[in-house]
Design a protein around this ligand. Structure first.
Ligand code: IPD
Ligand code: CA
Length: 257
């Protein structure tokens, strides 16, 4: 069902992609478009047909139905800035949470036709092929990072992106602007580390399950156990996770955060 919803919403994104779409600015200065709204509407319609009464939390429309043990988390476009600038680096994200655990996750980029999905205990898949995190150590690693709107998160993310490559020779930094894809690509083995700071649950809900089901590791920044929807975490392929935690902590101390 979540896959069906993703494919239906993907058609909306394809329809609007590379058209002259109006960028609207929200109060927090982030961008939204008619495509974000239509995509969310389609996803919610498909969910409500199969799971009437379930709580849904969508970026564009907030909560639908009362809070219960299960919640669907929807980001109708993660990476709206890329989408509206005709950069094909965005995705929609759909996830089902049960009591602080994500049990279903789908991330879909309709432009590259990359459909990532996972269900607890059943592994992670990209277009029906099982995926796993990479085994690369820090000397061949790519680090990605997503950050929320606060000045502090942004400062910290910038500092880490500068500092960590100095500490780990061979570590390269990329800034994709799409947290859902950061995590999906980590699950696929394309990147080794994702540090996500201050984002909303719907940005990373599906991605975290992909990482976990692909054999990756997610902890809080201090290395302690992480649970949804904590929005500060290090996700990695696990190979040098503890060393990363050490370095992130050092930098945090240095900045007085
Ligand atoms: C964005 C992405 C990105 C993060 C931005 C978010 P949105 O989400 O998740 O990774 O760095 O701050 O705004 O707004 O395009 O859904
Ligand atoms: Ca969004």
């Amino acid at each position: 069902m979540a896959i069906q919803a993703a494919l239906a919403a993907g058609k909306i994104l394809e329809k609007y992609y590379e058209t002259e779409i109006l960028k609207e600015f929200k109060e927090d200065k982030s961008i939204t478009t008619v495509a974000d709204r239509e995509s969310e509407e389609v996803i919610k319609k498909v969910i409500c047909e199969t799971y009437p009464g379930y709580c849904i939390l969508g970026e564009e429309t907030g909560y639908t139905n009362n809070k219960g043990d299960y919640t669907w988390h929807i980001d109708p476009i993660d990476g709206t800035r890329n989408f509206s600038n005709c950069l094909p680096f965005f995705a929609l994200s759909i996830a089902l949470e049960h009591k602080n655990k994500i049990i279903v996750g789908v991330v879909y980029n309709p432009i590259t036709r990359s459909l990532f999905y996972a269900e607890t205990g059943k592994g992670a898949y990209l277009n029906d092929k099982k995926i796993n995190v990479s085994k690369d150590n820090s000397s061949h690693a790519i680090l990605v990072s997503g950050k929320g709107k606060s000045a502090e998160d942004r400062k910290f993310a910038r500092a880490l992106m500068h500092y960590l490559p100095e500490r780990f020779a061979g570590l390269t930094v990329r800034d994709f602007g799409c947290c859902a894809l950061d995590l999906a690509l980590l699950a696929q083995g394309g990147v080794e580390v994702g540090i996500e700071l201050g984002l909303d649950g719907y940005d990373f809900a599906a991605g975290v399950l992909l990482v976990q089901e692909a054999g990756g590791k997610i902890t809080k920044l201090d290395g302690s156990s992480w649970k949804f929807p904590d929005n500060e975490f290090i996700a990695s392929n696990g190979v040098f996770h503890d060393l990363l935690v050490e370095e992130v902590q050092k930098q945090k101390k240095k900045l007085g955060i």
